[in-house]
Design a binder for this molecule. Structure first.
Ligand code: STR
Length: 418
């Protein structure tokens, strides 16, 4: 794309260097190390667009409850001045329709209430048997496909499971899942021509709007129907808002949990002594899940909030109107929060795992509990069924997709029977 503004804003932070985030994600570990080595506030460039990122737990925690940082795109100087337009390939990560993901303050609470109520611990317990059933079905498919050799754990297991779970929560028919999985894969990939991505988002809007209209005519017991029927103090959600929440839930609910499941399996398979302790029952699966969430976050960088005033961070300043990213992967490796061994995966670590991978403050992930339940079912079931599971290729050959914001593997080839 055309990036006339690439050098527009002068650096005001202490470190003068700008880290160009690699759209091809060729060296995620190296990128994280660079972010961790710098200060809490770093200048980055996202496909020619300058932004700031927060790389430390404490600073991110403070900013995530700071009302001077907002989601409203119109607070972004580069957007208002027309430098960033819908031609920017990452625009879909920010301009995703009115929903709980894009709105702050009291309006945000109104948009979020019903979703939060549908995901309370009690409701999650009720969903458990259905998730177990879906897991067993997919393990059967995995067993068939992997009977004679290598099988891709991602496409056969880790990807369809979260889509089925969030699909049944939101009332998205199973026949639509493969098409949605394909659409999101293309949406996130930087290799997708941008016109295609825009067309795809429009198609998804049509799909979700039709679904919401069907549910409006014939409400069922899913969360989409609950969003439609919600009164919210005499101010029901508009169709656009229901659609916005629905698409945010499907996108967030499936993409991130794929990462959690795959990253946990990868961490265990590459740390066999730790896997042993887990399989022997010496370390609970909850610890595996939390350590994976900290060490290998499904979301690498979360785009984006905007400063409505100059905001001081450490010895730097985010100028009013600038865009701010949260680099969750770097935050998980913050030695100030997680101790000197923050860079190591270690389910036996002494430092308590107090990560912030689901965010913090009003926008904290409403699906956090659901993803923990999913991974808490999927991982032990997978290893119980295939205790000799192993990677079919050397670990270095597992590559990331060209997805700038998510930690998303191309594929994850395994051998089920050792
Ligand atoms: C994808 C495109 C879309 O239609 C709607 C959304 C809103 C929610 C976003 C989602 C996006 C991208 C992935 C996100 C998710 C919220 C949580 C998830 C950012 C922009 C994470 O990766 C944490």
């Amino acid at each position: 794309m055309n990036c006339p503004h690439a050098a527009a804003a002068p650096a005001t932070g202490p470190g003068t260097g700008t880290l160009v985030i690699d759209p091809m994600v060729q060296d995620l570990a190296g990128e994280t190390a660079q972010l961790v080595a710098g200060g809490p506030l770093a200048r980055i460039e996202l496909l020619g667009v300058p932004a700031w990122t927060i790389t430390r737990h404490a600073e991110a925690r403070a900013l995530l409850t700071d009302a001077r940082l907002v989601k409203d795109l119109d607070a972004w100087g580069l957007w208002r001045s027309g430098v960033v337009t819908r031609a920017w390939p990452l625009i879909g990560m920010i301009d995703a329709g009115r929903s709980m993901f894009t709105v702050d303050g009291p309006a945000h609470r109104r948009l979020r209430t019903k979703t939060a109520q549908a995901l309370t611990p009690r409701r999650l317990e009720e969903m458990r048997p259905a998730i177990e059933q879906l897991t067993d079905e997919l393990l059967d498919t995995l067993a068939e496909r992997g009977a004679d050799g290598v099988v891709d754990l991602k496409s056969v297991f880790a990807q369809p499971l979260p889509m089925r779970v969030v699909g049944s929560l939101m009332g998205v028919d199973r026949t639509d899942h493969p098409r949605l999985e394909k659409a999101y894969k293309a949406f996130f990939s930087m290799l997708t021509p941008h016109e295609e991505r825009i067309a795809l988002l429009e198609e998804l809007d049509v799909f979700y709007t039709e679904l919401v209209r069907e549910k409006t005519a014939r409400p069922t017991d899913d969360l989409t129907s609950a969003l439609i029927l919600a009164d919210e103090g005499g101010e029901p959600l508009t169709e656009e808002e229901v659609v916005g929440n629905l698409k945010a839930m499907v996108a967030a609910g499936h993409e991130t949990t794929i990462g959690l499941i795959i990253n946990a399996v990868q961490a265990l398979l590459t740390h066999p002594d730790q896997l042993r302790k887990v399989l022997d029952g010496d370390i609970p699966w909850e610890t595996v899940i939390e350590e994976t969430l900290r060490w290998d976050t499904p979301t690498t960088h979360l785009l984006m909030r905007f400063a409505t005033e100059d905001i001081r961070v450490g010895d730097g300043v985010i100028p009013k109107g600038d865009g701010v990213v949260i680099s969750y992967r770097a935050i998980g490796h913050d030695t100030g929060q997680h101790g000197p061994e923050a860079g190591e995966f270690d389910v036996t670590r002494k430092t308590p795992i107090r990560h912030m991978t689901f965010g913090h403050g009003p926008h904290i992930c409403p699906g956090a509990g659901l993803s923990r339940v999913e991974a808490g079912i999927a991982l032990p079931a997978l290893f119980a069924r295939f205790p000799r599971l192993r990677l079919a290729v050397p670990d270095e050959e597992i590559r990331n997709l060209p997805v700038m914001t998510q930690n998303d593997k191309e594929s994850f080839p395994v051998l089920l029977h050792g």
